[in-house]
Design a protein around this ligand. Sequence first.
Ligand SMILES: Cc1cc2nc3c(=O)[nH]c(=O)nc-3n(C[C@H](O)[C@H](O)[C@H](O)COP(=O)(O)O)c2cc1C
Length: 218
Amino acid sequence: MMKRNMYLSLSMLTLAAGLSAAEPVVIQLPEARRSGGMPLMDALSARRSTRNFKKDAPIADAVLGELLWATWGYNREDKRTAPTAVNAQELDVYVLRADGAWLYDARKHALIQVVDKDIRSATLMENIAQPFVLDAPVTLVYVCDATRGPKGADGKGIIGKWAGTDTGFLAQNAYLYCASAGLGTVVRGSFPPETLAKALKLNENQFVTLCQCVGWPQ
Ligand SMILES: Cc1cc2nc3c(=O)[nH]c(=O)nc-3n(C[C@H](O)[C@H](O)[C@H](O)COP(=O)(O)O)c2cc1C
């Protein structure tokens, strides 16, 4: 009888483990403040690229949540803090940090885990030395989903040609929030697109447009 109970408990544990493996890990971010911060002209005066980050100085989820809301949150029922061509909203922001890679779900203001290990090094190009990338606790990765928005005569999405322009608005939002919050940041166009897409498990219609390191400046 005891043996049978043990088997039952074991199979229930296995079932629980199986269920939890199927469910992605989700982090609910604290609600972002939508007022305050540095006056706009001061933030513009302070905006700059930083490549010296304090090591082992994580960004708290409350600050990360504000950064993500400022970058690409909803500031109206169905529209966002950054404009996109024909309001296609073709971009997603992924967050890379030591505990994995996370998709920012702006509707829920939550992080959904897509990779359970640190893949910040997958943003590095072999021939370009950027050691600061591994010091920065967060790398934002901007990803275009080319299936969103209008389609061409061949039925394929045409938004890809605007993705770079649209990314610039998100990245500048992040720059301004960082200036206001005392964070350092730098956008990075030098990343290996295929390696990074693979590490992030992107599908064939998605591509990375830009990376942006964020951390506390030294
Ligand atoms: C599209 C784009 C790509 C960039 N790529 C990189 C990069 O790969 N690595 C890097 O260190 N800085 C990169 N930068 C940052 C620029 O070097 C930086 O913005 C420029 O030197 C001006 O400095 P500031 O941002 O402090 O005004 C990039 C900037 C832009 C707009």
